[in-house]
Ligand binder design. Sequence first.
Ligand SMILES: [Zn+2]
Length: 314
Amino acid sequence: MASKSDRITTVEENLLKAGEDNECFKEKEPLGSNSFRISTGDSSLRNEQAIQPFQGLKLASHNVLERAQLTGRLKCSKCCGSRMFYCYTCFSLVGVNQEEIPQIKLPVKIDIIKHPNETDGKSTAVHAKLIAPDDVTIYTYPCIPEYEDKRHSVVLVFPGPGSVTVEEISKQLLEVSQKRSSASLEEPCPKRAKHDAELKDAQGVEGQQSACPLQRVVFIDSTWNQTSKIITDERLQALLQVELKTRKTCFWRHQKGSPDTYLATIEAIYYFLKDYHEQCLSQDYQGEYDNLLFFYSYLHQLINKAKHSAGKLN
Ligand SMILES: [Zn+2]
């Protein structure tokens, strides 16, 4: 049987191996709140942030993950796969109890569409499902929902020529509702009634103008190259596209040939929600969604440590 230190090494080696396809690994702009200012001035501050990229986030204690790491890999009770912390196939925890990890409620529903060829172990989509199980659904392409009737309340986070900013979502969705409503005046009665009900939905209950008609946000979880097939699927064509413009990734598996702003799925969800909270709900952000990065921040630190000890990072 392996000693404790052997097991730790194995974990780090595994994680390091997972990150190794990125030969150009280097620290990007960190995730901490200071990182939102993409300054070029103070290099000592930037170095500090590179060492502690998650500083300033309100994260639950990682003690539970440290303990699970000492135990080592265990069999997933559902698929029997050998896993650490969670099973990326079954979306369930392994060696960690539900009560021990943070759980949060999101202000909108999240649909994540995964590419079937995506190597599951590298996907961060499962992090969202584990931390916000009531609000997150993961679909494997091509099995995705029909959004055609929900264009007034659903957006797709993906950059493109017609994409809008998070701040513009409310206005754009209300315009979709109004267009549909006036088009429906030409329609026979039952269909018109349905559209009228949708418009009322979008505008809020009993005449109250709700701040934002958004109810569901769709993310695509796949490598940069595989995404094009999903994005051109006609079921997604009608959706308003939203772009997260200013974020730079701190993903340790930064993908070759992708722009710096290409985010890990969990980063994209986090940044979207933070912007949505401030710009659409007009509320002060006080770390409400920081724990979405609970697993991500731990794995990131672990990989950095392993890279340091392997002498790959200065
Ligand atoms: Zn499993």
